[in-house]
Write a protein that binds this ligand. Structure first.
Ligand SMILES: *Cc1c(COP(=O)(O)O)cnc(C)c1O
Length: 426
């Protein structure tokens, strides 16, 4: 029987604890697990039997979360990581090698632009940034060394919606996996795999946990990509020397990428989620649909109010009829355009700083997707390392403030914004 989203967000991956009957998933605060005997230990280390060895690789609490997120995304398997940024490196790791590149949208979370434009160069990888609304440009950017295509479903910071089906058609044609960062939309609002994504990455730090307590990330595999169709993905299709020549794709089929993520990725990169973090995220995810409904309702109301204010130049919320992305809501995220958008103030950089300093309910923080309403002036913070051109391309220019709408009373949020806008334009 196929359960609905609201049932799965509470039950998927979990069962009463076999040892104690505990109904809530216990926090298995342990580093290691006793082997039945020496043969059992050898079988586990050879990947001939699946089981718990050491918590850098797998942990029962973390495993429940991985299965929960994989189920909500409609994937075959998932690997949880220590942060969203760790998940991005883990997602690329089996695909890339020195000299290889990823074709990425120019509209991404600021930290991802920095990670992709600077840090991955140390591994010999590179990123080519393109406007993903220009499909010809995306096609043209793909070359012989491209190993993945990367975008966000609802892109940070402006809440721009990507035409995932169109991008998936291009990556399919090129024989490449499409990786979609679904952090801002969550699987409640958008299912990238249903739109052709191969892999989905999350910063679970944001809406999935929802209460600003822990950092975490996740890589979900659709299980649909044929890693052996070309010679481009030898980590998955060719013999693995560290496992006596085992071929991941041949041996594990639709679970190849997930097993590789654990057996090679977590084993050797060690970007593991800890069981406490998994616990907090499991607590949050149980109410995901309820929170997202309220985030969307509040964002629609607040964005419409802001758009009519004299001090406001424009609002980027895709849920507004004025947004060029409004037409994509019904197709990509029919339950709403999320809770994240930017507002541009006529008063420019100075007015933005005054505005964020004057808010009382909204907190000025480098986070999003919390029950609390949050703001950040991207150009002076998260997007500070970017060139002015990159800031504009990412939708994070100097006169722009990013708003993450919480689930508070919307009239209180509007009153707070009203008094801060008054101070900012005084
Ligand atoms: C926050 C965020 C990340 C990075 O996640 P961390 O958990 O902070 O490492 C990546 N992508 C998006 C869209 C984000 O909002």
């Amino acid at each position: 029987m196929a359960y609905g989203f609201d049932t799965l967000q509470i039950h998927a991956g979990a069962a009463p604890d076999p040892a104690t009957g505990a109904r809530q998933t216990p926090i298995y605060q342990t580093t290691a697990y006793v082997f039945r005997d020496a043969d059992h230990a050898a079988a586990l280390f050879n990947l001939q039997e699946v089981g718990f060895i050491y918590s850098r690789l797998t942990n029962p609490t973390v495993a429940v979360l991985a299965e929960r997120i994989a189920t909500l995304e409609g994937g075959q398997g998932a690997v949880c990581c220590s942060s969203g940024h760790a998940a991005q490196i883990m997602a690329l790791f089996p695909l890339m090698a020195p000299g290889r590149n990823v074709v990425a949208s120019s509209r991404l979370y600021g930290g991802t632009i920095t990670q992709f434009s600077q840090t991955i160069k140390r591994f010999g990888w590179s990123a080519k940034f393109v406007d993903f609304d220009d499909l010809e440009a995306v096609k043209a950017a793909i070359d012989e060394d491209t190993r993945a295509v990367f975008c966000e479903s609802i892109a940070n910071p402006g809440g721009y919606i990507t035409d995932l089906d169109a991008i998936a058609a291009i990556s399919d044609e090129a024989g490449l996996p499409l990786i979609v960062d679904n952090t801002s939309a969550t699987p409640y609002l958008c299912n990238p795999i249903a739109h052709g994504a191969t892999l989905v990455v999350h910063s679970t730090t944001k809406y999935l946990t929802g209460n600003g307590t822990v950092t975490g990330g996740c890589v979900v595999d659709s299980g649909k990509f044929d890693w052996s169709a070309s010679d481009k993905f030898p980590s998955l299709s060719e013999p693995e020397p560290a496992y006596h020549g085992l071929k991941f794709h041949e041996t594990f089929g639709a679970l190849a990428y997930t097993f590789h993520g654990i057996a090679i990725g977590l084993r050797d990169l060690g970007m593991t989620m800890n069981p406490q973090a998994a616990h907090y995220t499991l607590m949050g995810i149980e109410t995901l649909s309820l929170r997202m409904q309220r985030h969307v309702q509040n964002a629609e109301q607040v964005a419409a109010w802001l758009e009519g204010h004299d001090a406001v130049d424009y609002v980027t919320y895709a849920g507004l009829a004025s947004s060029p992305y409004n037409g994509r809501v019904a197709k990509i995220c029919p339950k709403g355009a999320g809770g994240l958008f930017t507002v541009a103030l006529k008063g420019g950089y100075e007015a933005c700083l005054k505005f964020v300093d004057s808010l009382e309910i909204f907190s000025h923080v480098a986070n999003l997707g919390d029950t609390r309403s949050l703001v950040i002036h991207s150009a002076s913070t998260t997007h500070r390392q970017l060139t002015p051109e990159q800031q504009e391309a990412a939708g994070a220019g100097p006169s722009v403030v990013r708003i993450s709408i919480g689930i508070e009373d919307p009239t209180d949020l509007i009153a707070d914004l009203a008094q801060a806008l008054d101070k900012a334009s005084a």
